[in-house]
Design a protein around this ligand. Sequence first.
Ligand SMILES: Cc1cc2nc3c(=O)[nH]c(=O)nc-3n(C[C@H](O)[C@H](O)[C@H](O)COP(=O)(O)OP(=O)(O)OC[C@H]3O[C@@H](n4cnc5c(N)ncnc54)[C@H](O)[C@@H]3O)c2cc1C
Length: 279
Amino acid sequence: METNRKDCEFLPKLASGEWIGAWGLTEQETGSDAQGMNATAKKDGGFWVLNGTKNFITHGKSCDMAVVVFRNGEKGDSRGMTTFVIEKGTPGFSSGKKENKLGMRASETAELVFDNCRIPDSNRLGEVGEGFVQCMKILDGGRISIAALSLGIAKGAFDAALKYSKERKQFGKSISSFQGISFKLAEMATDIEAATLLTHKAGEDKNNGKNVTQIGAMAKLFASETCVRVANEAVQIHGGYGFIKEYPVEKFYRDSKLCTIGEGTSEIQKLVIARNLLK
Ligand SMILES: Cc1cc2nc3c(=O)[nH]c(=O)nc-3n(C[C@H](O)[C@H](O)[C@H](O)COP(=O)(O)OP(=O)(O)OC[C@H]3O[C@@H](n4cnc5c(N)ncnc54)[C@H](O)[C@@H]3O)c2cc1C
């Protein structure tokens, strides 16, 4: 994707961490069904006027710039969407409500608000009408990242549970010596291994320039559901201590759930996979 402005204006700052970026697609009424978005971009000479609110945006408050998709055509028309880069401080661009979340509380999730925000055409990312196709490509890659994120949480939860099960004694023995606990560990480790292989396959295909729509959705679906299952069992293995904030599994459990929702829910991953199988 190319902007009309020089890539070197944004990419080094984002890649080095000097700037934090955000990506805005979701709106209050349109999550899974992004084509129905309401936020509009209207052309005005060499400028665009942006209006509307994006919802649930990661780094919605702390971002230095945001890449945001707007509707420039008819509602529901997938070829009527265009993407823009908007820098913080641009008049008419502000952050809105910050959400109070179950997990993933280390990064904020907030609204992006556009109120007659006027930006030059040079801030357009790619072609007019290309926004939806860009989103699908971004999500194809992003889903592999969520699969990797899921694996990280699952491995952390598993390691904590394995360690605890060896240390904790009940009935005069380590709880890991009970078949009921060791079988949980066996299933958790097997699921993590399978999710790892699937995620690596998706990553390898992406690196080799192959289409990853299906394999990315499979990796995201399986790894994120594994993450929730493993985090749940890790809390169970900790018993009451799993419910207490001094132990890390409580946080893994809360954080895990986002992985089955963000960048497309598990239901949407199944829809994508099924569509690919049946086309
Ligand atoms: C912490 C957090 C961070 C996020 N960060 C970002 C971000 O940075 N940028 C961004 O653009 N968005 C972001 N999102 C939004 C996220 O991508 C959406 O929440 C997600 O895509 C689901 O949309 P929704 O919440 O509107 O749910 P809905 O689409 O309303 O779905 C509700 C339920 O209906 C199901 N459903 C919907 N359609 C179908 C169907 N056709 N078949 C079967 N079931 C269906 C869903 O699976 C779900 O179970 C974030 C969300 C959260 C919670």
